[in-house]
Design a protein around this ligand. Structure first.
Ligand code: SIN
Ligand code: MN
Length: 203
């Protein structure tokens, strides 16, 4: 396996997926989005996020006026589609874990979309890693520490890069300041997709 670059505990696998693997994942994600349409969620404060989202897996991540949480059903009442096999394989390859992730969150960043600094902390057990895959346009990924307001470091994530947040980085603040809309030709209409894989239940 490729040796990752380590930045503040974040393990960054540059160019982990080749062009064919990236295109295959995009096809898989189209199937997911047909079964579970992308939505732009609102936060507890009522602000609409610039990123559009959907999920696959046993549970999906949702945000609305009641806050952030995982749900067994889509807002429309249907179960979430299964996590595509290729994505489960990627999780196994990167983490070496037999335990599959419970949730595959799919974020789409159109022109001007961004994601503010946050921690991933809606899960029941932070000892499992979080795996994040970048597809399409470049995204400027900001990595901090366990406290808001601490020092941060930024890195452009390109299509095919994979980031693992584990150990000290598992509860580290992170976000995407901006994307280079149109930098990649992977998605015909431009934009960036980020796929985040997480174990949610503490079993
Ligand atoms: C996230 O933290 O949910 C997304 C990170 C990314 O888009 O790279
Ligand atoms: Mn996150």
């Amino acid at each position: 396996m490729q040796t990752p670059i380590m930045i503040r505990g974040f393990a960054v696998f540059k160019g982990f997926l080749d062009a064919a693997a990236q295109a295959a994942l995009v096809e898989d994600l189209r199937t997911v989005a047909r079964a579970a349409p992308m939505r732009a969620p609102v936060t507890r404060g009522g602000k609409r996020m610039s990123v559009r989202m959907t999920s696959a897996g046993r549970v999906g991540w949702v945000s609305d006026r009641r806050g952030y949480r995982y749900e067994l059903l889509q807002p429309g009442g249907e179960a979430w589609p299964a996590i595509p096999d290729r994505i489960l394989r990627l999780w196994r390859d990167v983490t070496g874990l037999a335990r599959p992730p419970d949730c595959c969150l799919v974020n789409y960043y159109g022109e001007g979309a961004r994601m503010g600094l946050h921690q991933d902390r809606d899960e029941g057990d932070f000892s499992w890693p979080v795996v994040s895959v970048s597809l399409g346009d470049d995204g400027l990924f900001r990595m901090g520490g366990p406290a808001r307001g601490g020092k941060t470091e930024s890195l452009w994530l390109n299509s095919g890069d994979v980031v693992v947040m584990q150990g000290d980085a598992r509860l580290a603040f992170h976000g995407v300041d901006r994307i280079r809309f149109g930098a990649s030709r992977l998605l015909p209409d431009g934009g960036r997709i980020n796929v985040t894989l997480r174990v949610v239940s503490p079993d």
